[in-house]
Every structure is written in structure tokens, then in C-alpha cells.
Design a binder for this molecule. Structure first.
Ligand code: ARG
Length: 609
């Protein structure tokens, strides 16, 4: 036993072995080893590690809560062991770890873990020296299907949520070194194109040679719909245009491209403003693959005729809602394109993780697609992970669906313009235009405007609905982007005002070491080191509000630290008489952690605002 114990200890010791690790995951492995050594018969027990509220220092920093569960198992096997007895055994069998200062058994049978200050100081120093490195996780090829508006229809606030959440998920997974494909599953292939093409032919007969000036595609769509509903001849021609488009007739393709380009330009400006990167792969991309997926389903005898349509049940029980794979007129549907898409993603793109960032209203659709894909063996649940990352609707301040005063859907570009206006007002109300250069003011304005819209969305648990309120999101006191950005600039200014040069942190670190003697220094250090736990947790559950809560906590704990620990000491005349370099390094570490988190949340930090 001692030999095993020793080898495990050696493996996990090596200096720096855990500079970038998730502390929770590290402790999970420590206690997994302890359980395996103490009770080999229960070595598969999932380890339970919980962080201890930072307020109650005497209970340590993390807690292992396995003793109670193990006692129960022993009891079932006819053996009486108290949880405290078990906790003591676990404590005795923990391999030594550089992260752990001491272990204590407490209460009904908890093992409290006290983190080592030496480890924390070293982890923060290496973070400052080498930058923030991601914790290591098994690398996957992930496809994130997000944003995905529809051509000719307005890109609305629902698509805004998908765009914001999807972009942040991509950034998080990229930071964790996954191979991420960012896909815009544009609605570019519906029956509405028949009407649009037929209308284009009449309105701009010269469309083959000259780009038609359809600036307002919405209006154009409305006009064509009106004709479609009233004019039999037009309707017939519209239907025939859908067929010729799907068959790839050159003129129809050309008309379709012209129409798509109008929307595409609009979407692109929104993506640029929000700093979103996404690759377009719309429904049209799957046309030939829809044909072949239908073949596949037919050959597997999974299609049934129903009232002229061909449908597929998600499983043998034939309950729930079936997919409509082929319509009675022979056309395909949203279901068909999603079956073709999931197959392409698994079989051609070789993805092992597919994430759909789409509103909660489509959850039945995605559940059915996932089940059906499993049924026809496209998905293998032991290899592929699929997630419908759903989100609620955006509400106005009156609690009703978000609309303009006149009751129309809100145009995204108008919304972003409004954000820019309000953010400038906010900055001016603090007199910032007098202090900042025009460029600094503009950077701050954009950071606040787009940052506050993104953050207001991300900080709520996405599953719920959320109320869109500029007043709330621009409040500089609550958990808002404005508050975080201000705190960040304040932290950055500390090193700058010290009169010393901290730009080359590595050099500073060669003569200064991080001290964590003060209670508030220690609390700040431990808070910062939770970062990797948070990244892992967010990526496992695909919830970003945990990261927002973390940023808010970092700012609050930083403020506590700054209030009670001087970094720069001045005399009555305001002259600097002392600089605490270790504390300034802590400030810089805090800024680095915030910067990394901001990047994932899509917030652009500004040095001055
Ligand atoms: N275009 C759809 C909509 O606006 C969203 C598409 C989501 N992605 C997918 N693979 N179905 O509702």
C-alpha cells in the first residue's frame, strides 16, 4: 500500500503540475485515489467535491462529501462504519498534493481541504509569466450551429440571443483547445423563395445583368406574399420556381443568389458590430444530401406514408410527433434538412459533439431529430454528444414580448444604434468626454454599448425568459458590463499610477514574490484560482451565467482587497512613499483573469473609460 501511495504522490507532485488545472478536478482525482486505496471495493464511487463559501475560512476551501454515501453503502452490505470513521480513513489515504496545505475531518464526516499558499502564489506567478493557459480536457471536434436567421425575414431578438450565446460558447470551447466549427444554418431554402423569385422576375426583368435595388427585402417579401395570396397565375408560377430552384435551373439560382445577398449583407454588418465570426452553411447546402438521407431512411424501412406525406417516428413506440421527411407534393421540410445536416456533421465533418443554439420553442423538434438520428444509426450515443442549447424569449419592460412602440418586431440594427446612443449618454453623464480623447471615448462607447447588450443576455440563466432593459444594463452598480468594465479599468490604472514599470511582469517576478499573508490577499488569490473550475463547469453544462457570476465575484473580492490592503501609499501631499509590488502583481493577475473571462463573454476591455 505504501508503495502505491508513494508513486501516486510522486506523479502529482512535480512543481507546477497543477498551475493550469481545475482545482476541483485535481481534488477529485486525489480523493478518487484515496477511495480506491481505502476501499478498493468502492473504487468506482463518483467523488463529491464542493467549494466552501469563502466567508467561512475555518472549514477550509473545498470539502469532500463522500463519507456519508460510503457509510450508507457499507450499511447495506451489513457493515457498520460511521461517516467520521470513513472520513478519517479517506484523509489518511489521500496522496500528498502540492495544492493541499492540510486536511481536516469535521462535522458529520466531511473532509475539509485547506489550499496551500505556496501553491497559490506559484500558480498566480506562472499565470502572470506565461499567460492564462487552459485546463486540459479531452479534445473534440465540435460543431456549433448558432445565429441561423432566415433570408428575407427579419433577424430578430431571438436570433440575437442565439448569436450572443453561440459566439461565447465557441470562444469558450476554442479556449479549451477544442476544434470548433462555427456554422450559420441560414434559412435560405424554403418555399418562400418561389414567390420571391417570381416577383423579382416581374419587378426587375433585367436582374440577370444588373443587380436589382431591393434594399428593403421585407417590403419586397410582403409584396410578393400579397400577390401570391391573390393571384392564381402568380401562385402557379411561384410553385414552379421552387421546383426549378431545387433542380438548379441557372436563372432561378441567379435570382435566388441576388435575394440572398441582400440579407447576407445585413446579417454581416450585425456580426461585424458584435465581433462575431461565423461560417455560412445554409439549408440549401444540404439539397443533395436531403435526397440521399431520404434514400437511406427508405432503405432502412423507416418511412411511413401518412396522408400523402412520408413521415418518420423517432422510435418504435410511435409516440410523440413524427418528422415529416417528404411532403405530399414531394418537397422537403425543416425536418429533412436537419436530418441531412446531422448526418453530414457526423459522417463527413467527423464531429463528435454538435451544439444547436436555438430558442426553447424548438426543443421538441431537436429532441425528435436526435432520437430519429439515433434510430437510423447516424448518431451513436456512446461516441457523439448532441446538445440543444435552448434559451427563453426576450421580453420588454412591460413583461410582454419585446416589440417596438408601434408593435413591430425590433430591428437589430436599430437596437444596436439605440445601445450606442444610450452608452454615450451614460459616459457623458460622468463627464468622460472631457477626460478621454475622441478615440478613447469611441472605444469606451462601443465597449459599453455592445458589452452591455451581450452581458445582460449571458448573465441570466439562458433557459428563462429575460427582460430587455437598457436602464438596467447600463446601471454601473449592479452585475452589469458597465460595472465590470469600470472595475477593470480601475485595476489597470493601479500599476500605471505606481510610478514603476510593471509592463514586463516576468522581470518584476524575478525580484518580487507574491505574498498572501493578509486575509484579503489570500481570499483574492483563491477566488482567482477558481477560474479553471468555472471554465470546466461552463463547458460541461453550456451555461455562461456561471462565468458572469464569477467575474462579478472577482470584482467584489478585489474591491474588498483594495479597500483593506494598500497597494500604493502616499503622504499627505499625495507623493508616493511606498509601493507594495506583491499587491500590484495581484492586481495584474486579477486584470488578467478578467481579461480572459471578458474575451469569452465578448466584452472588449478598455484601458481607459
Ligand atoms: N432558421 C431557424 C430559425 O430561425 C433556426 C435554425 C437552427 N438550426 C438548425 N439546424 N435547425 O428558427
Amino acid at each position: 500500500l505504501q508503495i502505491i501511495n508513494k508513486s501516486i504522490a510522486e506523479e502529482s507532485t512535480g512543481a507546477n503540475s497543477c498551475a493550469n488545472c481545475s482545482i476541483t478536478e485535481h481534488l477529485e482525482s486525489v480523493f478518487a485515489q484515496a477511495i480506491a486505496l481505502a476501499y478498493p471495493e468502492y473504487s468506482k464511487t463518483p467523488v463529491l467535491i464542493a467549494p466552501v463559501n469563502t466567508g467561512s475560512a475555518k472549514f477550509g476551501d473545498y470539502q469532500c462529501n463522500n463519507a456519508m454515501g460510503l457509510a450508507k453503502k457499507f450499511k447495506e452490505a451489513g457493515i457498520n462504519k460511521s461517516p467520521r470513521e470513513i472520513a478519517t480513513e479517506l484523509q489518511r489515504h489521500c496522496p500528498s498534493s502540492p495544492l493541499i496545505d492540510k486536511l481536516e475531518v469535521a462535522g458529520a464526516g466531511f473532509v475539509n481541504v485547506f489550499l496551500s499558499k505556496a501553491f497559490a502564489a506559484e500558480a498566480l506567478s506562472s499565470m502572470l509569466r506565461d499567460g492564462i493557459k487552459p485546463p486540459s480536457v479531452p479534445r473534440k471536434r465540435v460543431l456549433v450551429d448558432f445565429s441561423s436567421p432566415n433570408i428575407a425575414k427579419q433577424m430578430h431578438v431571438g436570433h440575437l440571443r442565439s448569436t450572443i450565446i453561440g459566439e461565447s460558447i465557441c470562444r469558450l470551447l476554442e479556449f479549451l483547445q477544442h476544434d470548433v466549427l462555427r456554422i450559420n444554418h441560414l434559412g435560405d431554402w424554403g418555399t418562400q423563395f418561389g414567390m420571391l423569385i417570381a416577383h423579382l422576375e416581374d419587378r426587375f426583368p433585367n436582374y440577370l445583368n444588373e443587380s436589382p435595388p431591393i434594399h428593403d427585402l421585407q417590403l419586397f417579401y410582403k409584396e410578393s406574399k400579397l400577390r401570391f395570396d391573390e393571384d392564381e397565375e402568380f401562385k402557379k408560377r411561384a410553385y414552379s420556381r421552387v421546383v426549378s430552384l431545387q433542380n438548379g435551373t441557372p436563372n432561378s439560382i441567379k435570382a435566388w443568389e441576388l435575394i440572398c445577398n441582400v440579407s447576407r449583407k445585413e446579417f454581416q454588418t450585425i456580426y461585424e458590430r458584435l465581433d462575431v465570426t461565423i461560417q455560412e452553411r445554409g439549408e440549401s447546402f444540404y439539397q443533395s444530401r436531403m435526397l440521399s438521407v431520404v434514400e437511406l431512411l427508405r432503405s432502412k424501412h423507416l418511412l411511413e406514408t401518412d396522408d400523402g406525406r412520408e413521415i418518420m417516428w423517432p422510435d418504435e413506440t410511435k409516440t410523440g410527433i413524427p418528422l415529416t421527411i417528404v411532403k405530399s407534393d414531394g418537397g422537403f421540410t425543416y425536418d429533412t434538412s436537419d436530418m441531412a445536416a446531422i448526418r453530414h456533421r457526423v459522417e463527413e465533418e467527423k464531429c463528435t459533439w454538435i451544439i444547436y443554439v436555438v430558442d426553447a420553442g424548438q426543443s421538441t423538434h431537436f429532441n425528435t431529430i436526435f432520437k430519429a438520428a439515433e434510430r437510423c444509426a447516424i448518431l451513436n450515443p456512446s461516441v457523439h454528444r448532441v446538445d440543444h442549447v435552448q434559451f427563453g424569449v426576450v421580453l420588454g419592460e412591460d413583461g410582454k414580448k419585446f416589440k417596438t412602440r408601434s408593435g413591430d418586431t425590433v430591428k437589430l440594427s436599430d437596437l444596436l444604434d439605440e445601445g450606442m446612443k444610450r452608452s454615450l449618454q451614460q459616459l457623458e453623464s460622468r463627464g468622460r468626454e472631457k477626460v478621454l480623447t475622441p478615440q478613447e471615448l469611441k472605444d469606451a462607447q462601443e465597449a459599453v454599448a455592445y458589452g452591455c447588450i451581450k452581458y445582460a443576455d449571458l448573465r441570466h440563466n439562458r433557459v428563462g425568459d429575460y427582460i430587455f432593459s437598457f436602464d438596467k444594463m447600463l446601471d454601473d452598480r449592479g452585475n452589469t458590463a458597465v460595472y465590470l468594465l469600470y472595475t477593470y479599468t480601475r485595476i489597470c490604472s493601479i500599476a500605471r499610477n505606481s510610478g514603476e514599470d510593471f509592463t514586463d511582469v516576468a522581470k518584476v517576478l524575478s525580484t518580487v514574490s507574491i505574498e498572501l499573508g493578509h486575509e484579503k490577499e489570500w481570499k483574492l488569490a483563491k477566488t482567482l484560482l477558481k477560474m479553471h473550475d468555472i471554465f470546466i463547469k461552463c463547458s460541461k453544462e453550456l451555461f455562461l451565467h456561471f462565468l458572469c457570476e464569477f467575474c462579478y465575484e472577482v470584482c467584489a473580492v478585489f474591491t474588498e482587497f483594495y479597500d483593506s490592503c494598500y497597494c500604493i501609499e502616499r503622504n499627505k501631499a499625495g507623493e508616493i512613499i511606498g509601493v507594495n509590488r506583491s499587491r500590484i502583481l495581484l492586481c495584474e493577475a486579477t486584470a488578467a483573469v478578467l481579461r480572459q473571462s471578458f474575451h469569452i463573454l465578448g466584452l472588449k476591455p478598455v484601458v481607459k473609460m
